[in-house]
Design a protein around this ligand. Structure first.
Ligand SMILES: Cc1cc2nc3c(=O)[nH]c(=O)nc-3n(C[C@H](O)[C@H](O)[C@H](O)COP(=O)(O)O)c2cc1C
Ligand code: SF4
Ligand code: SF4
Length: 258
């Protein structure tokens, strides 16, 4: 996490219900008589204690946002959600239309709110707009250098042309999802894609661009990435210039019941 956090329990508000103790995944809260107390400040700072307390007696310092009251939990219609997941396609043709700052901010917000292992919150985002062309040119240069070797061993690579729009397909913006933890970044990317879809945007995951970033010092410099920061996914975003009229068939799920 970026900042230091400390948990405090307001004894004057606490009614000793024990909900925070029972819900803490780390066994980090005890009841002293009728008042809850935190044992240590080195827990994962998941804030379940904040979220569950009926008295708003628990607070954690060091966050930029105040906890928001939750009324009826937000629900998703299962049929619509499944339809949205099933109807999305990788978009590789984009309209010559900008993507608003607001849409990009909401896509990033969907990533930020995605859970991370041990609540590490160790995923960051590089929004590439101004340096899109420059980054793509660097990635193209790298891939063109590597292609002759790849073509020796990979049949499909022999049919692949690395043109100057190979990575971003003329989209107006790309978001590089960065983390040292691949799972955390991939989970964030998936929610970000759903949010992009909700904004009517098309998305292409550019695995090739993420690969290029992780192999090019010049590209990493261009994106401001330090050592140890890995580009796990790149979401290429734009308004689609293509409409898919039916779903694409997929293999059945391989499910084992034991
Ligand atoms: C992690 C990941 C990386 C991908 N990287 C690329 C890429 O670099 N270039 C590309 O054209 N498509 C890329 N794709 C798109 C896949 O080829 C595509 O998802 C797959 O063919 C299925 O098509 P659909 O997404 O339309 O269902 C990537 C997809 C994923 C999930
Ligand atoms: S949930 Fe709130 S009121 Fe209940 S024991 Fe914990 S701090 Fe006290
Ligand atoms: S932040 Fe999470 S782990 Fe830490 S005391 Fe609260 S509930 Fe337990």
């Amino acid at each position: 996490m970026l900042h230091h956090h400390e948990i405090a329990i307001d004894a004057a508000r606490c009614i000793g219900c024990g909900l925070c103790r029972d819900d803490c995944p780390a066994g980090n809260i005890v009841l002293n008589g009728k008042t809850a107390a935190v044992l240590a400040q080195d827990c994962i700072m998941c804030a379940h204690c904040v979220a569950i307390c009926p008295q708003a007696a628990v607070s954690i310092s060091g966050f930029d946002e105040e906890p928001r009251p939750v009324g009826q939990p937000a629900t998703l219609d299962p049929d619509r959600l499944l339809a949205a997941i099933g109807e999305r396609r990788s978009v590789r043709r984009f309209a010559d239309r900008p993507v608003s700052e607001k849409a990009v901010a909401r896509v990033i917000e969907a990533g930020r709110l995605t859970p991370t292992g041990k609540n590490a919150q160790d995923v960051s985002y590089v929004v590439v707009r101004e340096r899109l062309e420059r980054c793509e040119a660097l990635a193209v240069r790298l891939f063109r250098r590597l292609m002759p070797f790849v073509r020796l061993v990979d049949e499909t690579a022999r049919r692949t042309e690395i043109d100057e729009h190979f990575f971003f397909k003329k989209a107006p913006v790309a978001i590089v999802v960065v983390s040292k933890d691949k799972v955390n970044a991939a989970l964030a990317a998936s929610n970000m894609e759903l949010m992009a879809q909700a904004h009517g945007l098309g998305v292409l995951y550019s695995g090739f661009f993420a690969m290029a970033v992780n192999h090019s010092r010049a590209l990493r410099r261009e994106l401001g990435l330090s050592r140890g920061q890995k580009a796990v996914a790149t979401l290429v975003l734009g308004h689609p210039a293509v409409r898919y009229r039916r779903t694409a068939p997929k293999e059945p799920a391989v499910v084992a019941l034991r």
